[in-house]
Design a protein around this ligand. Structure first.
Ligand code: IPD
Ligand code: CA
Ligand code: CA
Ligand code: CA
Length: 266
């Protein structure tokens, strides 16, 4: 597997942030934590990781724009390129001592995601993809799962934060999906949910009310692993819409149908 120089920059930034997160994870009780909104936490560890990533990426490409979850957007003089970064995806898990969280870094060129890295420092799993070059877990090439029947599928999801999104609508979707699939999982890190779909661990995944930094890298992983990604309107613009439905072609289509099923009238 040959990585481009740019992907290597992204991997190095993810490793640096991952080291910092692993250190902080060991002393999580000493971290300063604040609330951004109802049940939406952020800690010193998120901020530190974002600074490390931003400095590393902008040192390598000073003209690119930078969009990170925890800081002001940097426009950049190069209008064509932008980094999209979630320094710690799975903050709630992290703060509860659950080793399921990741660094997510994507590179956008002319509005298209062309590079993606998702790194879980607790398991040392590094997911990478470049447009047209395939998706990898460490050195192993990835392919989405082959199951075609929803009744055999394990589907991941994310539940909206308290007070965010449309809980009522989501609960109806969840009830519909639970009635059709072999199992539903809620692991708490959107970027890893997507990486697990790319790796064939989950057969599919859906969620609403996401931000571009949650899914930019993961969407490329799935596409490069031969999977399908749509949003809840049936368009393939999940970054703009903030909703996502994915899997292999069969599972993604079947899941979309179930999710978009009309609510039965009482
Ligand atoms: C969250 C996680 C979670 C998803 C939330 C995200 P954060 O990201 O990805 O799985 O359900 O919608 O906000 O805040 O931990 O980076
Ligand atoms: Ca957050
Ligand atoms: Ca996130
Ligand atoms: Ca985050």
């Amino acid at each position: 597997m040959a990585r481009s120089a740019l992907l290597n920059v992204m991997v190095q930034a993810a490793f640096k942030a991952g080291k910092s997160l692993a250190r902080d994870f060991g002393e999580v009780q000493n971290l300063q934590v604040s609330l951004k909104g109802p049940s939406d936490y952020v800690s010193q560890a998120d901020h530190k990781a974002e600074r490390l990533i931003r400095d590393e990426l902008l040192k390598a490409r000073p003209t690119y724009g930078f969009l990170g979850e925890e800081g002001e957007e940097i426009k950049g003089t190069d209008g064509a390129h932008r980094w999209i970064v979630d320094p710690l995806d799975g903050t709630t898990n992290f703060l509860h001592g659950i080793p399921h969280f990741a660094v997510s870094i994507a590179l956008e060129r002319q509005g298209e995601i062309v590079g993606g890295v998702v790194f879980n420092p607790a398991t040392d799993e590094l997911y990478t993809a470049e447009r047209g070059g395939g998706a990898f877990l460490n050195d192993r090439r990835l392919r989405v799962g082959a199951r075609r029947k929803l009744s055999e599928a394990v589907i991941a999801t994310g539940t909206p934060h308290l007070g965010r999104g449309n809980h009522g609508k989501y609960l109806i979707e969840l009830r519909h999906v639970m009635g059709e699939v072999a199992g539903v999982r809620r692991f708490g890190s959107a970027s890893l949910d997507l990486a697990y779909v790319a790796a064939g661990r989950f057969d599919g995944y859906w969620e609403r009310d996401l931000a571009a930094w949650d899914i930019a890298a993961g969407v490329l992983l799935i596409r490069e692993a031969g999977g399908w990604v749509t949003d809840s309107n049936g368009d393939s613009r999940p970054l703009e819409d903030g909703s996502i439905i994915c899997g292999n072609e069969y599972i993604a289509k079947a899941l979309s149908e179930v999710i978009r099923r009309p609510v039965p009238s009482k």
